[in-house]
Structures are given as C-alpha cells and as structure tokens.
Ligand binder design. Sequence first.
Ligand code: COA
Length: 260
Amino acid sequence: MNYQNLLFSVNEKVAIVTINRPDKLNALNSQTMEELKNIFIELNNNNDVSVIILTGSGEKAFVAGADISELNKLDMLSAKKFSESGQEVFNLIENLEKPVIAAVNGFALGGGCELALACHFRIASENAQFGQPEINLGIIPGYGGTQRLSRQINSGRAMEYILTGNMIDANEALRIGLVNHVYPQKDLIANAVELAVKISLKSRITIRHAIQAINASKEMSLKEGLDYEASIFALCCGSADFKEGTSAFLEKRKPNFKNL
Ligand code: COA
C-alpha cells in the first residue's frame, strides 16, 4: 500500500513506522489517521514483522496533536464520530498482536501523547515533551487521553496535566512512569531497535499472549484477571514453543522458537 504521510522500513523483523509531516510537526490529520489504521493492519498480518517502532519525522516532534485546522471545523455531531474513529485506531494499536514501541523524539502533545499512550510502552529522547493541551483549545482529550493517561500515571497527576495543559519534560515523564527510558536524541532509534530485536527473538505466540493478558488487567478485577491469566498461561503450555523453550533451558542451549 502507498502512504503519503508515513514512512516505513522493515529490517530483522523490526518495522519502523515514521509519521512524516514534519512541516506540521507530524500533526494527525484524517489522512494520517487512515494511513495509521491501514499500516497497523498490514503490519499485524505481515509475517516478516515481529515488533513495530513508531516515531515521528524530524528532530522536533513525535506528533504535535490532532490537526487543529481539522478540529476547528467540528460540530457536536461530527466531533463524536471524530473521537470514536480516532479511538478505534488507537484501540487497534493497543490490542495489536505485535508489540508497538513509541520512540518519542520530541513533542507528543494532545493526540500525540494519546498515540504514545496507546503503544505498548514508550521510550523518549531528552528533548521530548508530553502533554494534553486540549484544555487551551476549549476541548478535552478525545483520542483516549482522559482514560489512558490516568491509568498510566496516577489519576491526580493526569487530572493536573489535563486541567492545566502543562507540558511534561522527558525527565519528569521518566520519573512518573510515562516513559521507560530516556536517551540522547541521536541514540533513540538505535536503542528502540535494540529493545525490539531482543523481543523479536522470543516466541511470537508467547508475546501475543503476554500482551493480551497485560491489556486485560486494565479491564478486569484482580480475580477476573487472575482467572484470565491462568487460561492464557495454559494456552502457552499447549504450544510447541513452550516445549522448545523449556527443553532448550534443560539442554543448556538457546531456544529456537518456531512461533508454533
Ligand atoms: N495541528 C496543526 N498544525 C500544527 C499543529 C497541530 N496540532 N501543531 C503544530 N502545527 C503546525 C503549526 O501551525 C506550524 O505550521 P505553519 O508553519 O504552517 O504555521 C508548524 O506546525 C510549526 O509549528 P509552530 O507552532 O510554528 O512551532 P513552535 O516550535 O513555535 O511550537 C508547539 C511548537 C508544539 C508548541 C506548537 O506548534 C503547538 O502548540 N502546537 C499545538 C499543540 C496542541 O495544542 N496540540 C493538541 C491538539 S488536540
């Protein structure tokens, strides 16, 4: 498929998707949202891809938000659809069978912060700035920010950031658990790739099950979540990769997972 606003490459089972509208700080217009949906469906079905890195073009922004020139035209009716269709794309990313790492290389504001939150985990460059500045536009976050930010960091902090629109710099993002690691900008992608390659060597089936179980914890009570974990754990034990992983350990060799 051809993409106007995305670049992508695949190497050693790791895909790098780059949102590419640098003159608009990679703001998410409807074309870009449609392309994101299509590329994630495509990559999920691509057997040559085990892990996906999502980043932004240029040195200034990951994504500076939904495109405000499109937002400006919304009315109540179109806004509901706008929000729901954006949420659908981000839900697709969150529930993808393959891990998606956000490599946040600059501003991740509004929809950009929400996009990073929909990824399975986040790493950032030293110049990254997160935030939900929608309050300054007379709206609240509409692509999941009120829900995912308050689950990722504590709800008092999420409340403060959403009510003030204040930005969160990379060190603060690290301190409050919004990102896992911070690197100098020049090293960000290399470190993302290193993490991605490490994950790509695991069994794809087990990775999918781990994502499923961890995501379920956001929806379920502890009791339901533990029951679910036991079922998924049992499913793992029915796989050839489980036999391979445990046998390889006992035979003191590296496992050779077949994704079966
Ligand atoms: N939607 C549409 N265009 C955007 C945008 C967005 N969310 N964010 C940045 N841009 C555009 C600017 O309009 C500008 O375009 P122009 O050169 O055609 O005028 C270009 O990107 C560069 O942005 P600029 O504001 O000049 O850069 P800056 O370094 O002075 O400021 C930001 C950077 C991120 C602080 C500022 O662009 C900003 O506040 N953006 C909006 C953030 C936001 O509210 N996001 C939430 C939307 S829901």
